[in-house]
Design a protein around this ligand. Structure first.
Ligand code: AMP
Length: 418
């Protein structure tokens, strides 16, 4: 009963092959820097097979999935001998739109419905659909399930999800805050509640999913009550290539500056050329930006003697400031805060970001331990709370894949899988 989970982000693709009899991982890996250059790290957990970790050309997500399947089957690094050993595929799917509020078995009608709401998540939905279509052609007949990022945010109250625009757009066109990264916010907030004593009632947590895409969620009593992303993943904090929230009039202004650009092309600038990339002019990858800002990516310290690109430094300052601003506002509306959780690529790996955000929140009693915080890339829970802090500061590696694998088993059903 093996489930392959595919988590296709805008520039990365994580995968895990689970044996769901006992929820163990048979193999896992990560395609990184898709569309930039490409790297594949593949770790098999059977028969002492070696790890593969090397640069590999990954122009799109289709090549990434092909590379993953080849590694899973390969004599040197593989864990299965035949494709039929993969019983189901679970896909992280970013936007459920107005139709999908729960995980769903994928068929042609579902694909059509998902294509119809692609404009709501222009960076992710095409990547997710490429993943589904690549799996369909490489593994025809194997059931596939979509698990939606939007689902966990369904408990947000109406006053937080209805936009203050003419009400008809909500009523007739389903325009509202949906929120994203729900599977991740669900997983890390559940883990944080465990660390706070196991009782959800009475807890106030802000989860910071900071990756190439980034969002925060305010979680009270275990339920999401607000989140930074909106009807699309463009709203909220700045990201690798997305602007996050801006004055909407900028769309007209930028279009005019660029010689009457279409709305679509202008939004492309906000989705693909803005954020940390747009300000720094260096990269959308925080590692590159931190290095060019003269920061040691391993511990967040200053790289002595290195040149500092002021625009890279500014891009990181803008990012930290906006993240801190949302944490402060969520603490206010929840009437306090028990814990902040950092997760995803940047949250789990960037000591500089965690330190920078927490330093801005000293005024509300948040302290980070600089020494404990000086790490990246650990695959375990780390408490980096500073001495005297009124709020716990946790780094929790997200595990969207496990949640997706469980949902996939649930949807496909044990009989079909056997
Ligand atoms: P995700 O979208 O969660 O896969 O996160 C991808 C992002 O994580 C990339 O854009 C990188 O910028 C970031 N990242 C990964 N490792 C590091 C690191 N050591 N320091 C800073 N950022 C990192």
């Amino acid at each position: 009963m093996n489930v392959l989970v595919i988590n296709a982000g805008s520039s990365s693709l994580k995968y895990q092959l689970f044996d769901m009899e006992n929820e163990t991982i048979i193999a896992k890996g990560n395609c990184d820097r898709i569309g930039i250059d490409g790297n594949l790290k593949h770790t098999p957990f059977l028969n002492d097979k070696p790890v593969f970790n090397d640069a590999i050309d990954l122009p799109t997500h289709a090549e990434a999935i092909q590379a993953v399947i080849e590694k899973l089957l390969s004599a040197e690094y593989g864990v299965i001998t035949d494709l039929s050993e993969i019983n189901a595929v679970g896909h992280r799917f970013v936007h459920g739109g107005p139709k999908f509020f729960n995980s769903v078995l994928i068929d042609d009608d579902v694909i059509k419905a998902l294509e119809d709401c692609a404009s709501l998540a222009p960076l992710h939905t095409p990547a997710n659909l490429m993943g589904i279509n690549a799996c369909k052609s490489i593994m025809p007949g194997i059931p596939q399930v979509a698990v939606f990022d939007t689902a966990f945010h369904h408990t947000i109250p109406q006053f937080a999800y209805v936009y203050p625009i003419p009400y008809k757009y909500y009523e007739n066109n389903h325009i509202r805050r949906y929120g994203f990264h729900g599977t991740s916010h669900r997983y890390v907030s559940t883990a944080a509640i465990e660390k706070l004593g196991g009782k959800a009632e009475g807890t106030k947590i802000v989860t910071c999913h900071l990756g190439n895409g980034a969002s925060l969620a305010a979680i009270k009593d275990g339920y999401c009550i607000d989140t930074t992303m909106g009807v699309t993943p463009l709203e909220g904090v700045p990201m690798g290539t997305r602007s996050g929230s801006i004055d909407p009039t900028l769309i007209e202004i930028i279009a005019g500056i660029e010689g009457n650009l279409s709305i679509g092309d202008t939004l492309n600038i906000l989705n693909k050329e803005s954020g940390v990339l747009g300000v720094s002019g260096v990269s959308s990858d925080f590692r590159d930006v931190e290095t060019s800002a003269g920061i040691n990516i391993n511990d967040g310290s200053r790289l002595v003697g290195s040149e500092v690109n002021p625009r890279s430094k500014l891009a990181l300052d803008i990012f930290n400031y906006q993240v801190a601003k949302y944490i402060g506002s969520y603490a206010a509306i929840m009437g306090g805060l028990d814990a902040i959780v950092f997760t995803a690529g940047v949250g789990e790996n960037s000591p500089y970001t965690r330190m920078g955000v927490c330093k801005l929140l000293k005024g509300i009693g948040i302290e980070i331990d600089i020494v404990k915080n000086g790490f990246r890339g650990r695959s375990e829970f780390v408490d980096v709370t500073g001495e005297g802090s009124k709020v716990k500061v946790f780094v929790i590696p997200t595990d969207e894949e496990l949640v997706i694998a469980r949902d996939t088993v649930y949807i496909v059903g044990a009989e079909t899988l056997e």
